[in-house]
Design a protein around this ligand. Structure first.
Ligand SMILES: [Zn+2]
Length: 633
């Protein structure tokens, strides 16, 4: 009876197209949200923009919209209700993967284990399920939901973890028929490959909004990159030789592995080779080119990145040099990030220059490039030999990064303890924390540095940027984070007054704040976090409004905002609570009363809770243990 009364159907994705959104999707970030949640939501949007055509834009009076707010728990209604709807990012929900999970509900996706065919893949242990929660493990027929012609995905961000709704945390409620996947279900890192596929199929996407180009050089067509015909030498498309492991290659894949190579050990000094991209058509004005490179030849060899722009006549020939890398004695793979701006069509170029062939036994290597319409990370830290440290380092070893500077000018650093801390509860995890460092701008900056967001990312080095499932965590600096042994001074005060002097940088470092279980050793080894044994960490320290300026495109001009809200607050609070349109439903589901097992359904404007077939969306935070900690010196 319930099923037929609903026009709203479920399996892993709603079949009824009435509940699909028109793109772009208007959003409101309500005042009630924590500052950290606002920053995390904006980062989650970027995840959608990178992987699909699903775009979010600040609310400007539309009938349908998603209002993000802080209520009890993390939950969402499913599909576009056509009347504006709430999505709660409650306490403890301000993690990118959880926000992505809730947005996917709002876009029309349900939990993976509700699929009709799930019994072929997982077993539900009904006697371990909490009383009155069995409905969370219901499955649904094909007439309700569509699987969008994708197979069951253990790695989906929409899958429950093993102990969801369990009576006792030692008893699994859901196990996988192939045992290897028991450690994978419930992952809350990022979209899985199938999640991306389904999202793109449901919303008929033909391209990503912000990923302009990428190449792992595995295919002979070089992803459309071409050699410039006039140069003296050439970039070779090379396959791995035994002693040359390329960057794409994973240890277990002996066959794969191509890269571009410019041999600088022959020919003459000054010979050049140019590798040029196809013509690219940007939609934003800022770009980040990321690639891996290695220079094993003369220290005088050079690798430069150039941009070729429209010269004003429609011809792409105006050259601008963006960045030059010079050879040195470090012959390892490195990661490069090059920021540039360009509003119209352009090409990017790799320009290799031979320094001194008599002094070279190698050349210049390029692999795994990604060009996205995003800002490059402010801090990039590559820790060599990290795989080895995981097994051989002493259990209390911690490593401190060089000093980085935020966009505002604050000095900061990262500390990593590969094997966690001595406390056995944290064994088998890597601990990562953030600290402020004294720097050249300290005399002019605001202290303490409050209400800034720290984001730390351990990079999944999958060559395909869409498929990266990096581990990302954020917190926002506030007045509660203090040094108890220093009269409760703020942790974000001046490092020259509060920190410890470090002779290696000739600077002072404050004590850190971070996560004792940032990432498990098992996860580090499972995905591409440790290519060539190296770990790569990105870090940001930014005012959240500052990022909004960066985010703003045409859609953020004051003209598109309600007239009484103009300027830079637009992206955050384009509407205050009292300004909500009168069409906003204030019926049963606002705030959601269905938190104890029901879901809020909207049947042609009739909003109601459904229990027997429902799922409890506020219980989506599962198996995420984020232990904040203080590191005392
Ligand atoms: Zn959920």
């Amino acid at each position: 009876m319930l099923e037929t009364s609903l026009s709203f159907k479920k399996r892993s994705a709603l079949r009824d197209e009435h509940y699909r959104w028109k793109i772009p999707i208007p959003f409101i970030l309500a005042d009630s949200l924590d500052l950290n949640a606002k920053g995390v939501i904006l980062k989650a949007f970027e995840g959608f923009h990178l992987r699909s055509c699903v775009k979010f834009k600040p609310y400007a009076g539309e009938k349908s919209y998603i209002r993000f707010l802080k209520l009890n728990g993390c939950w969402s209604t499913i599909g576009d209700t056509k009347a504006g709807q709430n999505l709660s990012i409650g306490a403890g929900c301000d993690h990118k993967a959880i926000v992505i999970h809730e947005i996917l509900h709002a876009l029309g996706f349900l939990h993976e284990q509700t699929r009709t065919d799930r019994d072929d893949y997982v077993k539900i242990w009904w006697n371990h399920v909490l009383p009155n929660q069995a409905h969370n493990f219901n499955k649904y027929g094909r007439n309700y939901l569509t699987d969008l012609n994708t197979t069951y995905d253990y790695e989906s961000i929409m899958h429950y973890g093993p102990s969801s709704f369990t009576k006792n945390s030692s008893l699994a409620t859901i196990t996988t028929n192939i045992p290897e996947f028991n450690g994978i279900i419930g992952q809350r890192l990022d979209f899985s490959t199938s999640d991306i596929e389904r999202l793109n199929r449901m919303y008929n996407c033909t391209r990503s909004l912000t990923l302009l180009d990428q190449c792992d050089f595995e295919s002979a067509d070089l992803c459309g990159l071409v050699q410039e015909p006039r140069d003296d030498a050439v970039w070779l498309h090379k396959k791995n030789e035994p002693m040359e492991q390329n960057h794409t290659q994973r240890q277990e894949c002996k066959d794969a592995g191509h890269f571009m190579y410019f041999n600088t050990s022959c020919g003459k000094q000054g010979d050049t080779a140019v590798l040029e991209s196809r013509i690219l058509h940007p939609t934003r004005n800022y770009h980040c080119l990321q690639y891996f490179f290695k220079m094993t030849g003369s220290p005088q060899d050079r690798l430069a990145v150039w941009i070729k722009k429209d010269d004003g006549t429609g011809k792409i020939r105006r050259l601008i040099k963006v960045r030059t890398f010079q050879g040195d004695n470090d012959h390892n793979w490195k990661i490069a990030h090059v920021n540039f701006r360009c509003q119209k069509k352009f090409r990017f170029l790799f320009y290799g220059l031979k320094g001194n062939p008599d002094d070279s036994n190698g050349g210049i290597f390029i692999d795994d490039l990604t060009l996205s319409e995003a800002q490059c990370p402010r801090a990039v830290w590559l820790i060599r030999g990290f795989s080895r440290l995981l097994t051989t380092a002493s259990s209390d070893l911690s490593i401190t990064s060089p000093r980085f500077y935020s966009q505002e000018g604050y000095g900061f650093g990262i500390t990593v303890a590969p094997r966690g801390s001595r406390d056995s509860a944290f064994a088998n995890y890597t601990r990562i924390s953030f600290h402020l460092v004294s720097g050249e701008n300290d005399g002019i900056l605001e202290w303490p540095a409050l209400h800034r967001q720290v984001t730390i990312t351990v990079l999944d080095q999958n060559p395909n940027a869409k498929k990266r499932m990096s581990a990302e965590r954020s917190f926002t600096t506030d007045t509660t984070q203090v040094f108890p042994d220093k009269n409760n001074s703020s942790r974000w005060g001046k490092p020259s007054l509060l920190g410890k002097f470090d002779t290696s940088c000739n600077c002072s470092r404050n004590g850190g704040w971070g996560w004792s279980k940032f990432i498990s050793h098992a996860l580090l080894r499972r995905k591409n976090f440790l290519k060539n044994g190296d770990l790569i960490i990105f870090a940001e320290f930014e005012g959240i409004l500052e990022r909004c300026y960066i985010e703003e495109g045409a859609s953020l001009s004051s003209a598109t905002l309600p007239p009484h809200h103009s300027g830079h607050f637009g992206v955050f609070v384009p509407l205050h609570e009292q300004d909500l349109p009168s069409i906003h439903p204030r019926e049963h589901c606002d705030p959601n009363p269905c938190q104890n097992g029901g879901i809020c359904l909207n049947n042609q404007g009739d909003v109601s809770c459904r229990y027997p077939y429902g799922s409890s969306y506020h219980l989506c935070v599962i198996n995420i243990t984020l232990t904040m900690m203080m590191i005392q010196r």
